[in-house]
Design a protein around this ligand. Structure first.
Ligand code: SAM
Length: 170
């Protein structure tokens, strides 16, 4: 099965850039700090699927030196616009060969794998694993489909096209 990346879209990038942690979005990140504190040694991090940089800036605030990486040009453009001092890189075709292997203490993928098909997941997880150093950790935040189907949290995006601004699902 192949998935189109719905984030390769200027309008969606504009919308995504406004989300930050309002409404119930903070819940998704609530426990991450403690998880990282318990399991990650070192400060060098990659935020894989950084979008407009929300998760990258979250890691920066925790003291990580972060490179945000995304496959969608509009997302990276918006991330740079919001955070001109941040390090955001476009990875066309998910070619990660320009990143030095064995160097990262952490690779975080926050909701990135929700939109990636099974066979690509396996390849990408291997490629990301190669970027980690011996003690490095790969941390994935993923959602169950229910979170999009029900209106339990502000992840709900069915009505995005009808929203005049970027606020999703409220
Ligand atoms: C739901 S957004 C999450 C953005 C950010 N991590 C956050 O928490 O705000 C998912 C992001 O993953 C990116 N993405 C999807 N497939 C990707 C891939 N194969 N390689 C890199 N980024 C990808 C999308 O372009 C999108 O920006």
């Amino acid at each position: 099965m192949t998935f189109a990346n719905c984030y390769e879209d200027g309008t969606r990038a504009e919308a995504y850039a406004t989300l930050e942690f309002k409404n119930t979005y903070h819940l998704a990140y609530r426990d991450i700090q403690a998880i990282l504190h318990a399991h990650v040694r070192g400060r060098r991090a990659m935020d894989f699927g950084c979008g407009t940089g929300r998760s990258t800036r979250f890691l920066c605030q925790l003291g990580f030196e972060v490179t945000g990486v995304d496959i969608a040009e509009d997302m990276i453009r918006k991330a740079r616009e919001l955070d001109s001092s941040g390090d955001y890189r476009l990875v066309p075709g998910d070619d990660l060969r320009s990143f030095p292997p064995g160097t990262y203490d952490l690779v975080l993928a926050a909701f990135t794998f929700d939109n990636i098909a099974g066979q690509d997941k396996v390849r990408l997880l291997r490629d990301l694993g190669r970027l980690l150093n011996r003690e490095g950790k790969l941390v994935l935040i993923v959602s169950r489909p229910d979170i999009y189907i029900h209106e339990w949290a502000s992840f709900f995006d069915k009505r995005l096209s009808r929203k005049p601004t970027g606020e999703i699902g409220r």
